[in-house]
Write a protein that binds this ligand. Sequence first.
Ligand SMILES: NC(=O)C1=CN([C@@H]2O[C@H](COP(=O)(O)OP(=O)(O)OC[C@H]3O[C@@H](n4cnc5c(N)ncnc54)[C@H](O)[C@@H]3O)[C@@H](O)[C@H]2O)C=CC1
Ligand code: BAL
Ligand code: NA
Length: 504
Amino acid sequence: MAIPNVRIPSRQLYIDGEWREPVKKNRIPIISPATEEIIGEIPAATEEDVDIAVEAARRALARDDWGSTTGAQRAKYLRAIAAKILERKSELAKLESLDCGKTLFEAAWDMDDVAASFEYYADLAEALDSKRKTPVDLHLDSFKTYVLREPLGVVGLITPWNYPLLMATWKVAPALAAGCAAILKPSELASITCLELGEICREVGLPPGALNILTGLGPEAGAPLVSHPHVDKIAFTGSGATGVKIMTAAAQLVKPVTLELGGKSPIVVFDDIDNLDLAVEWTLFGCFANAGQVCSATSRLILQESIASEFLERLLLWIKNIKISDPLEEDCKLGPIVSSGQYEKVLKFISKAKDEGATILCGGERPQHMKKGYYVQPTIITDVNTSMEIWKEEVFGPVLCVKTFKTEEEAIELANDTKYGLASAIMSKDVERCERFTKAFQTGIIWFNCSQPTFTQLPWGGRKRSGFGRDLGEWGLENYLNIKQVTQYTSVEPWAFYKSPSKV
Ligand SMILES: NC(=O)C1=CN([C@@H]2O[C@H](COP(=O)(O)OP(=O)(O)OC[C@H]3O[C@@H](n4cnc5c(N)ncnc54)[C@H](O)[C@@H]3O)[C@@H](O)[C@H]2O)C=CC1
Ligand code: BAL
Ligand code: NA
């Protein structure tokens, strides 16, 4: 892909189909994770802007041009958005890469996934028309009933920085498909492409207020959305700590939430694998793609003892081939961490692991050849025990910790030895064993002989401290629908529960 010359657009908040300056006129600098320089700025919304956006969303729902649309009509908007994303793919990919530091190659992948997701939910929006009203046969003469699937209302979508436009799309696309009016609050660490989604919505003529985009800080722009009485639901992806705050605030209003939080996912490798290199490559990809800043990263390698030394030797050879560079450089496979705060946090995890007695088998530091930017070498940590922080806590960086096992039972116990429950992977050629692990793994996502491939059609979400609810697939759409039952008495006979006065 030729790297286009792009300018970072200077945008305002996207409210009611227009660009609007934040009431308090505050802005937040955009800091390049690759150079540490300020490369632009984004508007910073506050409570006042949230109020204006919620009103705009409510008006959109009350207006025929959004509130009375069929799924087929909404599908046209979603397809038009997908087409614009693809038209601007190389530019958007570069903006994403500049903003969050992911490699240009991965950013381009994200843009394909974004477009595919809008197209997928366009199909589901169309299909919704025939399911909008579903009769339920009670086999009774005196009652006729049906169930309606309606848009849930005004929804608040709070998203992270690791896949900025993709994580926003996983929520925006189904919310619009369902007919909701949405307010998106992307992460202050990477909002550029989400603001461009606003421009795309404007260009395709999405009715004003159907999607509003408020950039800004979590406590200033996210929290008021959660506690706003006219926001009917919050869908969140991000850290466990913020998830707890959101659930607590939403509970005061009995507001439904879905939470996609972090993980510390295992990848279990058995000695019967046919192809060692294949397993090694998936292990690397499972932990180092997107510089390890993936909620489902398989960051605990659980390795059968009989192949441990051979496997680790191969891992070290493969790691040498990972090109660490400016993420826009061709063939870059590991870019910087998103921000100085996250960078410091990752390095602290590594030094704590050392302090606790673990061995840094490779990496563990800033790569010597990168003088600027928040780069961390791909890191493998061994001699880990299950009480160490590095075994228990999500690092969100390119850090793999390793433990070995002898028996299948031991492997299952280690895999499930975590408060999280997002994903698990198993590498083995024994299909029956893989089936046993499917049952035993306490996670919402299971990968056999791979790690991380993610498809729009399949449910995405976790258990335990990884949260609840599912993005993607038909489950993603259900998040934004209100189920309403309608029961009609069709008989002319009296109900006859009370004694009728006419008969006294
Ligand atoms: N599950 C996942 O995909 C992600 C997990 N994380 C984890 O979170 C850690 C910290 O990253 P952060 O960027 O600080 O995550 P965060 O959870 O604070 O941020 C996610 C979103 O929540 C918003 N937010 C923050 N405080 C809020 C509040 N009180 N009310 C409403 N919204 C609020 C943020 O502005 C952002 O849009 C990472 O080190 C990583 O472990 C981070 C990003 C994605
Ligand atoms: N693979 C994208 C899911 C996430 O990290 O949130
Ligand atoms: Na950024």
